[in-house]
Design a protein around this ligand. Structure first.
Ligand code: SAM
Ligand code: SF4
Length: 550
């Protein structure tokens, strides 16, 4: 059956999903597809989904519901649900949305081009899923989850300067609230040689910053040619790639924060001095019910080691409020922890019971929604006050920023060809998503056009958002007071990140994008430092200094 070649993709969730979408789109583009931001025009519609909280799934079902009637007018249309929800809910999706044609789990993404064709040609449902964790031995289940890391189409990255690189898939921690071990399968590290090769290729394509991804990225280990590689060994090797200027890694598990890794962050100049290390709760009883495997005292020991080794390192965290049995006293311990550790930012979630998890089976979801909401606001207020105070300390100081692109505000006024290769808000159609980032303002939908100019979930680097309960847009990045020069053809408001991962906005020329610049900080908000460029050294060989904004 013929089709118009237009692909609409919507991405929900963490950086891992953003990367998966980038790669799926690249594979389909190689088959001749092109992206459209308009679902009504697309003959191929994909939803790359998240199951971490119920809210994320509901959004997908309501999007699917909207397509049901439109579909009748488009018999050639193929609708696919891919990623975490596909792996978790499987046939339930066909039951709830019978017009869905395709279900592909996180471990089978390489099958998508073939299955889209098969669904259209046969009009029969297509499914590609990995084994359930109870359906085989660990190695059988692991073999059914394939890491999907084909070589990239550089055109598909939202920013030419930044790239996510997956170094692990899956998770074996089995925190009682979390679906990830089910949706992403057993923990498996990728071979160092593949990762280094991928980073080298990305550097050749112009990438200056790589963010290494793993659910517990600091648990990375791989034995290659008889040598055990830890995360610190891997980043030391990536550090050798000359064109790479900055390296980040997310998300860290507190118990796996080894001294060799902290020393690497201290000693290797290209590493961001930033660690996302979710604490989840400040209360031992809650941590035990979550089966996190550490106590509040263990977390403190880890923080003491971080501070002793890298005093200027920024730390961010995730917290769940309203987890089963969380008393006011338990909750206050999370507030105390935020005040004690002065996190750069925290991603705060209301507990969402998830089928398939131990907490869902064994623990009552006994905290009322209004209490969860109130605790969410309270923890957020504590975090916001700290973020603002700590950002204010930067006023009058100079920070080195890797320039990422126009700020969101400036990007709205740019034409598509203003910055070739940069697929920002003004760029060509991207895999679309709605809402705001996890810090998104921590909503579930992460606009690709935003994510690379912001952070993550997790801190991380893709999600910025501070809280689920936060008003959309408030925590999003790089929204600073209007620049006097925004709209000018040569100078506009740019955004970037400091070495300790703080978002910085300043006026400058687009030519600065992808380079390191020194910025003097004049002002701040809880999420953003606002400054100006003093001088800038031309890179690529010349030592001449350019005037500030020229
Ligand atoms: N692997 C990371 C770690 O261990 O910190 C986190 C991955 S998870 C996708 C991101 C965050 O979602 C978690 O840190 C946790 O705060 C939150 N989360 C996970 N399951 C949740 C649930 N059932 N309800 C609310 N928040 C949840
Ligand atoms: Fe989920 Fe992270 Fe726990 Fe793994 S370590 S189960 S991904 S919260």
């Amino acid at each position: 059956m013929s089709h118009n070649g237009l692909l609409y993709i919507e991405t929900v969730g963490c950086q891992m999903n953003v990367l998966d979408s980038e790669l799926v789109v690249a594979a389909l583009r190689q088959q001749g597809y092109s992206l459209t931001p308009n679902v009504a025009q697309a003959d191929t519609v994909l939803f790359n989904t998240c199951s971490v909280r119920e809210h994320a799934e509901q959004k997908i079902y309501s999007q699917l519901g909207r397509l049901k009637y439109a579909r009748r007018k488009r018999p050639q249309q193929v609708i696919g649900v891919i990623g975490c929800m596909a792996q978790k809910d499987q046939d339930l999706i066909f039951q709830r949305a019978p017009h869905v044609d395709l279900i592909v789990g996180t471990g089978q993404l390489g099958e998508i081009p073939r299955l889209v064709d098969a669904a259209r040609a046969t009009r029969k449902r297509q499914t590609a899923l990995s084994l359930d964790r109870r359906e085989g031995s660990r190695s059988e289940v692991a073999a059914s989850f394939e890491s999907y890391d084909p070589l990239r189409d550089p055109e598909m990255r939202p920013s030419p300067w930044q790239a996510y690189v997956r170094i692990m898939i899956g998770c074996d921690k089995f925190c009682t609230y979390c679906v990830v071990p089910m949706t992403r399968g057993p923990e498996q590290s990728r071979p160092p040689r593949d990762i280094i090769h991928e980073c080298t290729r990305l550097a050749e394509q112009g990438v200056r910053e790589v963010t290494l991804l793993g659910q517990t990225v600091n648990s990375y280990k791989f034995t290659q040619d008889g040598r055990l590689w830890r995360l610190s060994d891997l980043i030391a090797a990536i550090h050798e790639i000359p064109a790479i200027q900055r390296i980040k890694f997310v998300t860290n598990f507190p118990k796996d924060m080894t001294d060799d890794l902290l020393e690497a962050v201290r000693d290797l100049p290209k590493l961001s001095r930033y660690l996302h290390v979710p604490m989840q709760s400040g209360c031992d009883e809650v941590l035990k019910r979550m089966k996190r495997g550490y106590t509040a005292a263990d977390y403190r020991d880890m923080m003491d080691r971080v501070r002793a080794t890298i005093p200027d390192c920024a730390i961010s965290s995730d917290f769940i409020v309203g987890f089963c049995g969380e008393t006011e006293e338990s909750f206050q311990k999370s507030v105390d922890a935020v005040r004690e550790y002065r996190f750069k930012n925290s991603f705060i979630f209301k507990y969402s019971p998830r089928s398939g998890t131990k907490a869902f089976e064994l623990l009552a979801d006994d905290i009322p929604e209004d209490v969860k909401r109130r605790r969410n606001h309270e923890l957020l207020a504590a975090q916001t006050a700290i973020s603002e105070e700590d950002n204010a300390d930067f006023i009058g100081r100079k920070v080195e920023v890797l320039v990422e692109g126009p700020s969101k505000r400036a990007a709205r006024g740019l034409s598509d060809d203003a910055l070739p290769g940069w697929h920002g808000a003004a760029g060509p159609p991207l895999p679309t998503a709605n809402g705001s980032s996890h810090d998104h303002d921590r909503d579930d939908f992460v606009p690709l056009s935003v994510i690379h100019s912001n952070d993550n979930v997790g801190g991380s680097t893709g999600w910025h958002a501070l809280s689920e309960e936060r008003t959309k847009g408030v925590a999003n990045v790089a929204e600073a007071p209007p620049s006097l020069s925004t709209g000018s053809s040569s100078v506009l408001q740019l955004t970037g990140r400091s070495r300790c991962d703080r978002i910085v906005v300043f006026d400058g020329n687009l030519r600065l994008v992808g380079t390191l610049a020194d910025i003097e900080i004049d002002d701040c908000t809880p999420t953003t430092l606002i400054g100006r460029i003093v001088t800038r050294e031309i890179q690529h060989g010349s030592s001449a200094l350019l005037p500030i904004l020229a």
